[in-house]
Design a protein around this ligand. Structure first.
Ligand code: PLP
Length: 391
């Protein structure tokens, strides 16, 4: 069966051009880039080229890019790096809708004595800038606010936030894992101190990320060891994946505007097609400031997990925000923070597109989604039957 992959916020296909670029470095070009002979220093040169490609995608300087193993590591390295460099400051701020890579670290920091603020969002997933300003104190060590939310695609006001924080001299980290490669990012106008990105969200492989550290930002690495990455991240470099990340960045930068309009058109077609065919369907998140590829849709009176399993029967891959914990249905934490009522949040599905998504796939998805929802609403299918069949 053909796979219709509409889960690109979970991960993306590694682009063929990226795989081709990486292959020699998984085979015959295996030297350690720290070695002095040219077999090694050639790898070093290739890493530096990848650094330039990544920097160009976000308009940073190449020396401000540090390669890491993933987005989660970038987030952890950023936050720990700042706290270690400013040990006297004990107040930290974030939002209620961060990815676990930031949320769980903030919760841990709270447990070990940091004063922690989790800023609320409104019903459209937007941050209140007055609440942000009011939360800041002279003791604030770091503010971490995501660029784009992974479930709803809502974009946060990064430019305004960086202005507020720069004025006060407070360090600003942004988790841009869902934004890089999907929307324009210019770190000469949006100026956080630190930014996290992850390759597998924009057609590089899994297990490679980067952390942007603005020049002059006080930072102590949490991973200690060798002198790689100018002493900012120890460990022998993942040469092939770094080269893949560089290539993916180059491709993303070259086609960014075309991809945005193509993907947005298909996303809008998907939403409109579903809304036209079905009653009691709602789009979650700020419609005016969203990633172009993300549609978070609530189907009232539908169980989202059952719907995912039924869509799977047609080869359609998507995500449900709800989680089943010990048999209890837990609605998405993000939608709960937005005040979405339970009968909507439990039937919320995230569809996320990429440049590989075709119009034919969207037409097929609209048809199947509409029939699956109608089927579920007619109550003709029992959840247990579906789960039994899927196992
Ligand atoms: N931050 C956000 C917003 C994400 O969506 C993800 C992955 O889903 C991560 C961080 C973690 O990235 P990685 O999977 O590379 O660790």
């Amino acid at each position: 069966m053909k796979i219709v992959y509409l889960d690109n916020n979970a991960t993306t296909k590694t682009a063929d051009e990226v795989v081709n670029e990486m292959m020699p470095y998984l085979g015959e070009l295996y030297a350690n880039p720290s070695s002095l002979y040219s077999f090694g220093s050639d790898c070093r040169k290739r890493i530096d080229m990848a650094r330039e490609q990544v920097a160009a995608l976000i308009n940073a300087e190449p020396e401000e890019i540090v390669f890491t193993s993933c987005g989660t590591e970038s987030d952890n390295a950023a936050i720990w790096g700042i706290l270690k460099a400013n040990p006297s400051k004990r107040h930290i701020v974030t939002t209620r809708v961060e990815h676990p890579a930031v949320k769980n670290l903030y919760e841990y920091l709270h447990k070990i004595g940091y004063q922690t603020v989790f800023l609320p969002v409104d019903e459209q997933g937007r941050l209140d800038m007055d609440e942000l300003k009011a939360s800041l104190t002279p003791d604030t060590a770091i503010v971490s606010i995501m660029w784009a939310n992974n479930e709803t695609g809502v974009l946060f006001p990064i430019e305004e936030t960086s202005e507020i924080l720069n004025q006060k001299g407070i360090i600003f980290h942004t988790d841009a894992v869902q934004a890089v490669g999907k929307v324009p990012i210019d770190l000469k106008t949006h100026i956080p101190n630190l930014l996290s990105l992850s390759g597998h969200k924009f057609h590089a492989p899994k297990g490679i990320g980067a952390l942007y550290i603005r020049k002059g930002t006080p930072f102590i690495p949490f991973l200690l060891g060798g002198h790689q990455e100018k002493n900012r991240r120890a460990g022998t470099e993942n040469v092939a994946s770094i080269i893949g990340l560089g290539k993916a960045s180059e491709i993303a930068a070259e086609h960014l505007n075309d991809n945005i309009s193509k993907i947005k058109k298909l996303r809008d077609k998907l939403e409109n097609g579903i809304l036209k065919g079905l009653p009691h369907v709602y789009i979650n998140g700020d419609m005016t400031r969203r990633l172009p590829n993300t549609a978070n849709i609530s189907f009232e009176n539908v169980d989202g997990e059952v719907m995912i399993l039924l869509l799977n029967e047609y080869g359609i891959c998507a995500s449900s925000g709800a989680a089943c914990n010990a048999g209890l249905k837990e609605p998405s934490r993000i939608l709960s923070a937005m005040g979405v009522p339970f009968n909507r949040s439990r039937g919320s599905i995230r569809f996320s597109l990429s440049r590989y998504t075709t119009e034919e796939e969207i037409d097929y998805a609209i048809e199947k989604i509409s029939s699956v929802v109608a089927q579920l609403r007619s109550n003709s299918i029992l959840k247990t039957d579906i789960i039994d069949n899927a196992l």
